[in-house]
Ligand binder design. Sequence first.
Ligand code: ATP
Ligand code: MG
Length: 435
Amino acid sequence: MSSGSGDVARTHLISQVGPDLEGQEVGLAGWVYRYRDLGSVIFIVLRDATGIIQAVVRSEEVDPNSWEAAKKADVEASVKLAGVVRLDPRAPGGVEIRVTRASLVGESPDFPIKKDTGVEFRLDKRHLDIRSRRMWAALKIRAEFIAGLREWFDSNGFVSVEAPTFVSAAVEGGATLFELNYFGRKAYLTQSSQFYLEAAIFTFEKVYTIQPSFRAEKSRTRRHLTEFWHAEAEMAWHDLDAMMDVAEALVDHAVQRVYENRKEELEILGRKFEPPQRPYPRISYDEAIDIAQSKGVQIEWGDDMSTEAERAVSLEFDRPVFVYRYPKQAKAFYHAPDPARPEVVLCADLLAPEGIGEIIGGGQRIHSYDELVARIREEGLRVEDYEWYLDLRRYGSVPHAGFGLGVERTVRWIAGIPHIRDAVAFPRTPTRLTP
Ligand code: ATP
Ligand code: MG
């Protein structure tokens, strides 16, 4: 398939080519991002992993093989170009390449995604659409954010522990469980690694994992996926306040890292983002309900915070806000009750600003065996299903707390991405299982 001047060697990445190289010859390799054939001149915007650059091919300036290669190239063809760097204030990056040799590596006849292609078709062709500048930017921000999470955990005494994906019981309640046939037995896809991390605190005290969780969410929203990446942490000897300290420091670190290192990507997405100032405010569920009601949201004390309620509260603050001490009935059985006020539990959610809402859910866990059994029974769950989890309260139990952060939800906020599916390369939603 290859044609043209086969001897074009790659000497530079596109991001390395700037005005300082004026007059020098460089060899580039990449894909054709834009292609315009004006007869005797061809304009190519070339893309590689690091950026884009404009290249001009003139029939009189290249050999016939190179000219043929440039003619045969089209959008998303892979090419190698050698050429001389010229200053051009109108071009992206301030330079353009006057091509001297070109070779076509892989042709691309009629790339299916065009400028005006609709959203659904793009999603069908996601394996191709991740080449777009928009997805390039979003996915680099995501990668940077995940690296920031890991960096913070790894440098703050946390040990990474991975948990299984096949599980035999629910963590977050039956409604969103994916069931599967495990050699004739019922099994499920994990909704959270929390219980496994709780087991691991007795080995390492502070542990984390970043891996997928699965929720059979029936509601199709801009903030739910059926498979999402879940950054979870669990800490021995931590109470609710200490848990919020950890979550705040973690989010702040990862957000700062994105801000420092992904300015170009944020700009491509048109996102004006400033890392929020610390500390993040902490308000009670009671206060949050008051705020939501005062904004006209239909909600009663005792209800879980709805999307509208979270939105109303988050719009009141210019930075993430913790909402703590929810009513017991709004939360899962393992949340520790507040000794001073048993109708509420020692939990906290972190709501991202701008109406985004919950990005973290967490809190202190019940560490007494008797209390935990009582809560399992009270919820109508079967004690036998939680045998191994109860062992953690039988043998050397300690006060502990933890939380789970939704990677895509948080990236959606940082990058200003309208729909959560664009915060992951290959999204899974109720209607989408390919590519
Ligand atoms: P929500 O009520 O917003 O659906 P949740 O309270 O069920 O979320 P948790 O069980 O607390 O979620 O999970 C911890 C975090 O995981 C959430 O704060 C969120 O960031 C993320 N998360 C939960 N469910 C989803 C989902 N379906 N898609 C994407 N992220 C999710
Ligand atoms: Mg939650």
